[in-house]
Design a protein around this ligand. Structure first.
Ligand SMILES: NC(=O)c1ccc[n+]([C@@H]2O[C@H](COP(=O)([O-])OP(=O)(O)OC[C@H]3O[C@@H](n4cnc5c(N)ncnc54)[C@H](OP(=O)(O)O)[C@@H]3O)[C@@H](O)[C@H]2O)c1
Length: 262
């Protein structure tokens, strides 16, 4: 079993959550592959990290709504990287009350949060098994999967299924060196989070700063968004170092969720 492959794929990593995770991998000398849609933005980030950390960083095109781009990426990465972090973008219907969403809104959320990520992860794990390489897949999800939030309801209903895949695959193929985990994030100050807050403010005729105070900070017991460096290091460690963590669902939310997971 091949196990010293220092290559990582981080999807949806040209900004926000994925960017900080990719930075952690590049900073630790990994050959880091950043995948996203916009070539200019993705290449600029890869160039920046390559220079900053003097390590191999490259950008590849990936659109979770486009099956061909997922298949192409999986074929190009053969054998697959030992470390895979699957993060994604945001669905068209967000903010969106599930009762107001249309059939196409559900399909779009399913593409970006379930079909795309799980099709990619399945192809990569299959490639690792075929080539007898270890692989560790970490999914980035949201604490709103267990602490429901009205405006994120479509996305969260759909992405709850990711944990089932991670549990099944990590149990079926554990002896072949396959691990899979899911991280449930609290709130991070990212361009995506700011856009969502702006849209909720428009929808509710409020000011974005009031929504940020009430709907973001107000819902977090420690009244602060997460530290992106801390997150990057945590995801790096779970994906590459802590081999005994597998099939786990890990909240990183400053106790934002009122429920206990077990
Ligand atoms: N920020 C938070 O507080 C928070 C909390 C919990 C969960 N999350 C989840 O974390 C994920 C990232 O959120 P964020 O706040 O970092 O968003 P963001 O700032 O908008 O960044 C989104 C990233 O995803 C890429 N992307 C968008 N659509 C894509 C697609 N169809 N295929 C591949 N890549 C795509 C974007 O690049 P391109 O546009 O170039 O593709 C960009 O790199 C989301 O799924 C979000 O629900 C975030």
């Amino acid at each position: 079993m091949e196990s010293d492959n220092k290559q990582a794929l981080i999807t949806a990593a040209s900004r926000g959550i994925g960017y900080h995770i990719a930075r952690a991998f590049a900073g630790k000398g990994y050959h880091t592959i950043i995948a996203s849609r916009d070539k200019l933005r993705g290449k600029a980030v890869a160039d920046k990290f390559r220079i900053l950390y003097d390590t191999n960083v490259e950008w590849r095109r990936l659109d979770f709504r486009d099956k061909e781009s997922i298949s192409r990426l999986a074929q190009e990465l053969h054998p697959p990287p030992a470390a895979v972090v699957i993060n994604t973008g945001n669905p068209l219907c967000e903010p969106c009350d599930p009762l107001d969403s249309g059939y196409d809104d559900w399909l779009d959320a399913a593409r970006i949060y379930l079909a795309g990520p799980l099709y990619l992860a399945s192809q990569l794990v299959k490639g690792a098994l075929q080539t007898q390489h270890e692989i560790s897949v970490t999914f980035i999800s949201s604490i709103s999967v267990v602490e429901p939030m009205r405006y994120l309801g479509v996305a969260d209903t759909v992405r709850a299924g990711i944990t089932r895949w991670a549990k099944l695959i990590s149990r079926l193929h554990a002896e072949k060196g396959v691990r899979a985990n899911v991280i449930l994030l609290g709130s991070y100050d990212t361009p995506g989070a700011r856009t969502l807050v702006k849209k909720i403010a428009e929808l509710t005729s409020s000011q974005p700063k009031d929504i940020w105070e009430k709907e973001v900070l107000g819902k977090i017991p420690c009244k602060a968004t997460g530290n992106p460096d801390e997150l990057g290091n945590l995801v790096f460690s779970i994906t590459t170092e802590y081999k005994y963590i597998s099939g786990a669902v890990i909240p990183v939310d400053c106790s934002m969720s009122r429920s206990v997971l077990i």
